[in-house]
Design a protein around this ligand. Structure first.
Ligand SMILES: C[S@@+](CC[C@H](N)C(=O)[O-])C[C@H]1O[C@@H](n2cnc3c(N)ncnc32)[C@H](O)[C@@H]1O
Length: 345
């Protein structure tokens, strides 16, 4: 929530004069956001700043309740109010109107379900070391949730993909890209846009591939990257936001399989959040900690540092991993590494 403490509030929290209530209310903020998006509040306010009563009449909502919702959204920093009329802030226009190119609206369903269905089982995951509700299995049986998850990851990828595509070295003779767990396919699309001779294959689970963007040089391959057929003869493999969802043994298996599917000299690009280069600041560290728990509770994975990813890459046969931070979305970084040009005998 775009909510910042003033000096008095900050002191009250630092000195424990008030309980750490934001933890409890944070989840209520998520539900307020979901309710606003679902009832069309943000889209309606983009058209016309309105009072609670006007908005209620436009959207067929209860007037008093709408006013409460609007007030609470203004308190959280999602709306501004001027002369009794509510209007969007820059953040809500950018992220929570349906037609914005960066819209996160379609992904809200995923976050609501994550908060209500998956995170309540965190204690079990911490006790057992594995997720109680394996997320990707859940998605395969739930088209609506899968669509929302892909919409969320696609929205984030849409911001990152241009910078990522500039950072990926594509040799002259390169022709084929394997986008491992590529889902929506946004990263592949951007590479294809920049390199007209490339063809990409998005490999993912069947439900996820329903969200894959269409392009004449993009094909899909359904199956598990852990034990399905990856194909072969690729020059570049993309592993974006995939390794964090795997335990160490699975990560080693996957990188070994990717190495086998690449041509000699082929390049792997791991895009992920690297725990050893997190932005300075307590809030960033706290968010990274929650992300780490999220990977545990959803998939049994975790955040790794660039050094750990490098070791996994070397063990799979890649040499000289390089670290790049080219992306606009700060937390996602790249590890690039290539295979030797001749396979060892
Ligand atoms: C966090 S999403 C990342 C999507 C995309 N690469 C990105 O960065 O936006 C992880 C992707 O891996 C896919 N995935 C998870 N387990 C898989 C498996 N065993 N085989 C194939 N794909 C899998 C998911 O369906 C999902 O599309």
């Amino acid at each position: 929530m775009p909510l910042f403490f003033n000096a008095v509030e900050s002191a009250a929290h630092r000195l424990s004069i008030v309980p750490p209530i934001l933890d409890y209310f944070g989840v209520l903020g998520l539900h307020a956001l979901v309710a606003a998006a679902r009832t069309g509040v943000f889209d309606a306010l983009r058209e016309r700043p309105s009072t609670g009563a006007e908005l209620a009449a436009t959207l067929g909502l209860d007037a008093r309740s709408s006013d409460l919702l609007l007030r609470s959204l203004a308190g959280l920093g999602y709306l501004r109010v001027r002369r009794g009329r509510y209007r969007l802030t820059r953040a809500s226009r950018l992220w929570f109107t349906t037609d914005s190119p960066q819209s996160l609206v379609a992904g809200l369903e995923f976050w609501e379900r994550t908060a209500c269905v998956i995170w309540p089982r965190l204690a079990e995951a911490v006790r057992d070391g594995v997720p109680a509700t394996p997320f990707y299995e859940l998605l395969e049986g739930d088209p609506e949730l899968s669509r929302s998850f892909q919409a969320w990851t696609a929205a984030l990828a849409g911001r990152q993909a241009p910078a990522m595509a500039r950072a990926v070295p594509v040799p002259r003779g390169a022709r084929r890209v394997l986008d491992v767990g590529g889902g929506h396919g946004r990263f592949s699309l951007e590479l294809l846009r920049r390199h007209p001779r490339l063809h990409a294959t998005v490999l993912d689970l069947p439900q996820a591939l329903k969200a894959t963007a269409a392009h004449p040089r993009l094909s899909v391959r359904a199956g598990s990257f852990l034990d399905g057929d990856l194909g072969g003869g690729y020059d570049i493999a993309l592993l974006f936001n995939v390794v964090h969802g795997l335990d160490d043994a699975q990560a080693a298996t996957l990188l070994g399989r990717v190495a086998a599917a690449l041509n000699p000299g082929g390049t792997v690009v791991v895009g992920d959040q690297f725990g050893d280069s997190v932005m300075p600041g307590r809030a960033s560290r706290a968010l990274l900690g929650l992300l780490d728990l999220n990977y545990l509770v959803t998939a049994g994975g975790r955040v790794r540092g660039f050094r750990e990813v490098s070791e996994l890459l070397r063990a799979a046969g890649f040499h000289a991993p390089r670290h790049r931070r080219p992306l606009r979305s700060v937390p996602t970084e790249l590890a690039l590494a290539s295979l030797p040009t001749h396979r060892p005998h």
